[in-house]
Design a protein around this ligand. Sequence first.
Ligand code: GLU
Length: 291
Amino acid sequence: MSGRGRFAPSPTGQLHFGSLVAAVGSWLRAKSRGHEWLVRMEDLDRTREVPGSAADILATLAAFGLESDLPVIVQSRRRERYEQTLQLLRDAGHVYACHCSRSDLAEFNGVHPANCVRLGSAELAPAAWRVRVGSAQIRFHDAVFGDIEQDLDKQVGDFVLRRSDGLHAYQLAVVVDDAEQGIDEVVRGADLLDSTPRQIFLQRLLGLPTPGYLHLPLVLDEDGRKLSKQLRSRPVDARDPLPALRDALRHLGQHAPSLPSPEATLRAALQRFDPRAIPAINRTNVAMQDD
Ligand code: GLU
């Protein structure tokens, strides 16, 4: 059976160089294994969305020779699926309503304790839904960064699956979508390494398969900060894709030939794709710089 990889941008601005690296890396990895490559638009958080950027990102990807093998899935049209999944967890007693505000949690260093600290309080804010992590310790193998381990209770705490404003959390949506789309390996930026144990935890609660994981080295600016769309750093130029494409391939440690089109460049890079050449940039520094 043929497998699937994916690239899942959030439409919070134009495609920047760091996202291009994730797109190219996930494409090369999927294609080198004879798999399909899908694009999914992660637009759940409408407050962060920049109007027009979803279409702009897709057009930019196409200019780089990167097109989804199946129709693009858009998360904002799939809220019912996320709600059904939340209901399953609610029925099984894995989630609870939580009225804590950020300031309530300050004394816990952001790691949510095993119960809502405001339960029983007179004026309750609208509830978020949190999943109980218990004493879960999650281990997984990343194809670039090696063995990773996280104590969810000490490092993360009970985490939000639906925010108090009704928005389903990324952690829930990504698990539902990766499973439903049959993604068998997730390739994305190393800023999400620390989210992976939460996603594996949810997969286990829901009885879903855990895909393989390969995290790509982040692109940092001169001060060692992650490039993000929020900073509007270096949007790539869809009218002149070759320099950025070659730069992305070099960042991934891959063959970056001088050929006349993005398609020819990608094909040549694919023929010589070597996942062992992808550099594992120190993720601790990266995580500390993350926003
Ligand atoms: N939507 C996320 C982003 O734009 C990526 C999520 C993922 O690949 O799991 O950074």
